[in-house]
Ligand binder design. Structure first.
Ligand code: AMP
Length: 369
């Protein structure tokens, strides 16, 4: 991801993909024009990189020149096209190929056609590297199109955002979702994840999703998901990955406007961690940190048995089920420490102390992100 002025952009079209498209356009145009010596006219500023790469690959003699039109203001293509440098040579009887970096609404193209109306060229052809079909509002024929793209703002390879980004060799797309903070609160059962999540969600204005709570809610309401999950949960085993992943995706979708999430009890397996990365990626976002509450096993058993006296949770009432949940954590879940450590996102926090002391420890990690 890159930042240009106030906005974030994510990689969209690689250098390699651009070169393939340019080469294809070169081949098509050279094939159509045969032995004609064309005049390639780039539309400045955006097309300079495309024109440069294009003519280097063009296999036959050609002339190259530019006209300069200005149409973009910030993110919007404006109505007011200014002609800053017009045609400076006689093009009578010549085959002219316009090389445009991008065609969206087609306003610049309308201006190009106005410019060429009285030039008596033999033929005027339009070639554009990028084309936004959803935005195009004109009828002018586009003879050669490199890559069709959705109607999203892009920068790079000659295209700018308020002057920046033209130098990038690849294309980046504007990130449309706001910046989110997404945390995985990690730790064995009884470590205090739920308690701490309640404080942190208020403090940082995040949505707390506890997969255990969602399962319990479904069990209480006797949904099909609840019935399925119950058989595993009562034994202290993990609910199957696909069931849990589908449920988590649905919970995230319900909170599309969130500032970010605290995931509590998820991910618990490698497959879930990968699914979570994909989900965040689809939201133009990422997991910022896994924060683990570290607590000794014997303290956990003690805490859970104490909680079981009032929580009504079957899996908190029996010491052997509690120990099974802790074993499940170390067998299946603790490997996620490596997953997030490899991305420098793992932060261990001492989970023994008063609730507010632990909240302070967690907050100092979050504030440092
Ligand atoms: P918790 O409230 O986080 O201790 O979760 C209680 C139980 O719900 C666990 O023992 C599992 O049976 C089930 N569960 C919660 N989250 C997950 C998950 N991410 N993957 C599989 N099972 C889960």
């Amino acid at each position: 991801m890159i930042k240009l002025r106030d906005l974030y952009f994510k990689p969209f079209i690689s250098e390699g993909e651009i070169q393939v498209a340019v080469q294809r356009m070169v081949d098509d145009i050279a094939n159509d024009l045969q032995d004609e010596v064309p005049v390639f006219i780039g539309i400045l500023n955006g097309s300079f990189m495309f024109v440069s790469d294009f003519v280097k690959l063009y296999p036959k003699p050609c002339e190259v020149t530019f006209i300069k039109l200005a149409s973009y203001e910030g993110l919007k293509s404006s109505d007011d096209i200014q002609r800053l440098i017009g045609i400076t040579q006689d093009l009578t009887g010549r085959t002219v190929v316009i090389l445009e970096d991008i065609i969206d609404s087609g306003k610049t193209l309308a201006e190009v056609h106005r410019i060429f109306k009285n030039e008596n060229v033999k033929e005027l052809k339009i070639a554009t590297l990028f084309y936004k079909p959803e935005a195009y509002k004109k009828d002018f024929k586009l003879h050669y199109v490199g890559i069709e793209i959705p109607d999203k703002f892009i920068v790079g390879y000659g295209l700018d955002y308020n002057g920046l980004g033209r130098d990038l060799p690849a294309i980046y797309q504007l990130k449309t979702t706001q910046h989110m903070t997404n945390l995985v609160l990690f730790g064995p059962p009884g470590a205090g994840k739920g308690t701490q999540a309640n404080f942190l969600k208020e403090k940082y204005n995040l949505v707390h999703i506890s997969t255990g709570d969602v399962f319990r809610f479904n069990i209480k309401n006797e949904t099909a998901l609840g019935m399925l999950a119950k058989s595993y949960m009562d034994k202290g085993e993990l609910v199957p990955d696909q069931v849990t992943i589908d449920m988590l995706n649905a919970e995230v979708e319900k909170n599309a406007d969130a500032n970010g999430f605290i995931f509590d009890g998820f991910p618990r397996t490698h497959a879930q961690a990968e699914a979570l990365d994909n989900l965040m990626d689809s939201k133009d976002s990422q997991i910022n940190a896994m924060i683990a509450l570290e607590v000794d096993d014997e303290i956990l058993v003690e805490r859970l048995l104490e909680r079981g006296k009032s929580s009504g949770r079957a899996d908190d009432a029996d010491e052997s089920i509690i120990r099974n949940r802790i074993t499940e954590y170390y067998n299946k879940t603790a490997i996620l420490k490596d997953y997030y450590s490899a991305q420098n996102k793992y932060f261990g926090v001492d989970g023994v102390g008063s609730i507010s002391e632990i909240t302070d420890r967690l907050s100092s990690v979050i504030d440092s992100l």
